[in-house]
Design a protein around this ligand. Structure first.
Ligand code: IPM
Ligand code: MG
Length: 398
């Protein structure tokens, strides 16, 4: 191909991307109400096992969810469904991020609890298909990725609102290899996409009497897209005069999150997709590892709750799956229960997880046979939930 042909091909590609994004914006503009879970009977909760350690930790998550919602399941208020088929083997076979039949099963549910799924990359044994997470976030328009992190001993209580559908991710599988020497990726920030996540963060702060919201970008360098995100934050902040807001660049933010003089001043943190991805792993590590943090992916119609970590295929191939820590999925259940309105049950689970995972720690998982198993931890948690003086015990540790 001549240079001119290559340029033409890339221009066509760019044009199709712009058309697709403009269409998406029109879709985002359509007014839509949030689903009202009190009007649903039953609320259908789909449990997606995923792959790698996913099926193992999902099994424990399901046991605990079933235990907590025993009465609701009996009374037909809640339906727990297992969704298989979102495995890397099946996705590779169908050559799709989410095979069509699995996607329709998913769409029949109202909320989802998802185990980790392998994201292939160039050079591994799988076809280089798109991540199932990213496809699901897009298909179900799960625009807010909410990730709380707390470290009581350091007085850290953060909640991250990561934009979950656009930024560097949305065209991550649609970059252009213009020539053998020139690769270009695209980053997309829209007014509507930014407004909805930033507003959600400010609303959360307002509702929970939190007086500070922090915006993270790299607007000094990535001027157009990050610049837009920051400008929109500035505009929205004017509607919340009672909330202070500040903005940090992603590089210094990663430093300040571990700075004892600064870290506990952050509260609600909002970031575009990729920066949110990076700092939430950092934050989770401070809490005790990515295995300890849960993640809510929320849209107006659907919501999906998951572990923030990957599928750890190495643990499976080394025969260590049963030592995998289900804590991250269990933290995700807290958010799921809150989301569908079971706030008291969520609180109970949170207290039990704090006791078992942070304070008392009678079962410690190391990922290896010198630590406990996921099943032992699940039993410990269920025993703890049933303790008559759960709240007193929890308070005594704080
Ligand atoms: C996450 C994960 C995903 C992401 C991967 C699995 C695609 O790291 O949920 O943070 O990058 O968003
Ligand atoms: Mg991540």
């Amino acid at each position: 191909m001549t240079f001119e042909d290559e340029i033409k091909k890339s221009k066509d590609h760019f044009e199709s991307i712009i058309r697709e994004q403009l269409k998406r914006i029109e879709h985002m503009k359509e007014a839509r109400d949030w689903v009202d879970y009190t009007s649903l009977k039953p609320i259908i909760i789909g449990i997606i096992g995923g792959d790698g350690i996913g099926p193992e930790i999902s099994k424990h998550a399901k046991t605990i969810l079933k235990f907590i919602l025993k009465d609701e399941v009996t009374q037909g208020k809640v339906d727990l469904r297992e969704i298989n088929g979102l495995t890397i083997e099946n996705r590779a076979k169908k050559n799709k991020a989410i095979p069509d039949d699995v996607l329709s099963e998913i769409k029949e549910c109202h909320v989802l609890l998802k185990g980790p799924t392998t994201t292939p990359r160039k050079g591994d044994k799988w076809p280089n298909i798109e991540s199932a997470n990213i496809a699901m976030r897009r298909e179900l328009d799960l625009f807010a990725n909410i990730r709380p992190v707390k470290v009581p001993s350091k007085n850290i209580n953060w909640i991250f609102f990561r934009e979950n559908t656009e930024g560097a991710y949305i065209l991550g599988s649609k970059g252009a290899n213009v020539t053998d020497d020139l690769a270009i990726d695209f980053k997309v920030i829209t007014t509507q996409g930014s407004e909805r996540i930033i507003k959600m963060a400010f609303e959360y702060a307002k509702k929970n009497n939190i007086d500070k919201v922090t915006i993270v970008t790299k607007a000094n360098v990535i001027k157009t897209t990050d610049g837009k995100f920051l400008a929109i934050a500035e505009k929205i902040s004017k509607d919340y005069p009672e909330i202070q807001w500040d903005d940090w660049y992603i590089d210094i933010m990663t430093a300040k999150l571990i700075d004892p003089a600064r870290q506990n001043q952050f509260k609600v943190i909002v970031a575009p997709n990729l920066y949110g991805d990076i700092i939430t792993d950092e934050a989770a590590q401070m809490q005790g590892g990515v295995g300890t943090a849960g993640s809510a992916n929320v849209g107006k119609i659907y919501a999906m709750f998951e572990a923030i970590h990957g599928s750890a295929p190495r643990m499976v191939s080394e025969g260590r799956a049963k030592y995998a820590d289900p804590m991250s999925m269990l933290r995700a259940i807290i958010m799921l229960l809150e989301h569908i309105g079971y706030v008291k049950k969520a609180k109970k689970l949170e207290m039990a997880l704090d006791i078992c995972g942070i304070y008392e720690k009678k079962v410690i998982l190391t990922g290896r046979d010198n630590g406990g198993t996921g099943e032992e931890l699940a039993n410990y948690i269920m025993n703890t939930i049933q303790e008559p003086k759960l709240e007193e015990k929890w308070n005594s540790f704080k």
